[in-house]
Write a protein that binds this ligand. Structure first.
Ligand code: ATP
Length: 361
């Protein structure tokens, strides 16, 4: 049985449907992420799991028990917010102890559990500090410790790293992964940052306009996006209009108009005549001098329209003869050199026949 089962949950605000018949099952011990753009309904869904808001229809079951009639404080669930929500006039230890005091635990147990929680988040010597004496990352760790001290079945995290700068965020991401692994509590994490979702999660639900578009492991979401929304939202991808000519289990042959044909990976549920797009990730595209690879399939000529040097790699935007833009990524293995090609250069782009993805309209 799943630890958390969201069954056909819908929530309206007036005429607006913020969450639209969503069903998700989360297993015990999972690091599960709700990912989507601003306004897609992820926070509304999280609030309903926590009990701060109620579904108009559907069920939320924890360990098989319907939670809808249970108030937030009675659910074995704790929420960690982006804003930390620490009490400024209380020490770190008192902040962490707060949920235990509310639950009427004896002082000795409270002391032991606070010490344990501070160890869990690697702040053993911070018990007597006040929140204003902490950095952003330390505040977030105290908020996490407070979330863990009551040993909830489920820890909900609402954009917990959103307020941190990039370097600290990465550090906290690694800590979150390790912490979750060590303590084994199920995490439901909300973010609009796709890189964060890919880096942290066992599975991701990609949401859009109140709907779940795909639930999968990060590598599946990135490598086999189910539709155009997921492909476009997660990572970079170039697309061109395409119509299926041939559909075999091992490959598809697509008509891409005046550019000719392209071969992509096979895909279930695709038949000749289907319309959609051919999509390709930048790191799958090889960019080379125009004569190299002319004999290959999936080889097209174009001109460098733009490039973007970002240190470890340079991204080239290549314009094909029909105006389509294809992004190609080249690692910068020669130090001090930003580009191998200049704007206006004639180049060839190509990719393996199984690297392209066909996505229906
Ligand atoms: P963000 O990343 O910006 O927080 P989100 O994906 O978490 O976005 P929600 O906060 O769940 O999105 O909101 C989904 C939609 O429901 C939005 O259009 C929002 O304006 C609307 N909404 C949320 N709460 C309410 C409310 N209490 N009353 C009216 N509309 C609401």
């Amino acid at each position: 049985m799943a630890l958390l089962e969201i069954r056909d949950v819908t929530r309206h605000f007036g005429d607006y449907t913020a969450v639209d018949h969503v069903s998700i099952s989360i297993e015990a011990g999972e690091f599960f992420t709700l990912l989507g753009p601003s306004g897609c309904g992820k926070t509304t869904l999280l609030r309903m799991i926590a009990g701060f808001d109620l579904p108009d229809s559907g069920q939320i079951l924890l360990d098989g028990e319907d939670m809808v009639g249970t108030p937030p404080e009675k659910r074995p669930v704790h929420t960690v917010f982006q804003t930390y929500a620490l009490f400024p006039h209380m020490t770190v230890a008192d902040n962490i102890a707060f949920p235990l005091r509310m639950a009427g635990k004896p002082p000795q147990e409270i002391r032991a559990r606070v010490t344990e929680a501070l160890d869990d988040v690697r702040l053993p010597s911070f018990a007597n500090r006040f929140p204003h004496e902490l950095s952003g990352g330390q505040k977030q760790r105290v908020a996490l410790a407070r979330g863990l001290v009551n040993r909830p079945r489920l820890l909900l995290l609402d954009e917990p790293l959103g307020a941190l700068d990039a370097k600290l965020r990465e550090e906290m991401q690694i800590e979150l992964i390790n912490l979750q692994k060590e303590i084994g509590i199920t995490f439901v994490f909300v973010t609009h940052a796709q890189d964060e979702a890919l880096a942290l999660s066992h599975r991701i639900a990609v949401m859009n306009r109140g709907n779940v578009e795909q639930i999968d492991e990060p590598s599946k979401i990135y490598g086999f996006p189910r539709n155009r929304f997921v492909a476009d939202f997660i990572g970079k991808i170039s697309m061109m209009d395409a119509q299926v000519m041939e559909a075999a289990p091992s490959h598809l042959k697509l008509d891409i108009g005046e550019l000719g044909e392209v071969i992509t990976a096979g895909k279930e549920g695709v038949k000749p005549g289907d319309k959609g797009v051919m999509a390709i990730r930048p790191e799958q595209v090889r960019i080379s001098h125009p004569s190299n690879g002319a004999q290959l399939k999936n080889h097209f000529l174009g001109t460098v329209h733009d490039f973007l040097y970002i240190g470890d790699v340079t991204t080239y935007i290549v314009e094909l003869s029909n105006g389509t833009h294809i992004e190609a990524l080249l690692p910068n293995s020669a130090p001090g050199r930003a580009t191998f090609f200049e704007v206006g250069d004639l180049v060839g782009v190509s990719w393996r026949h199984d690297a392209g993805i066909f996505l229906h309209d």
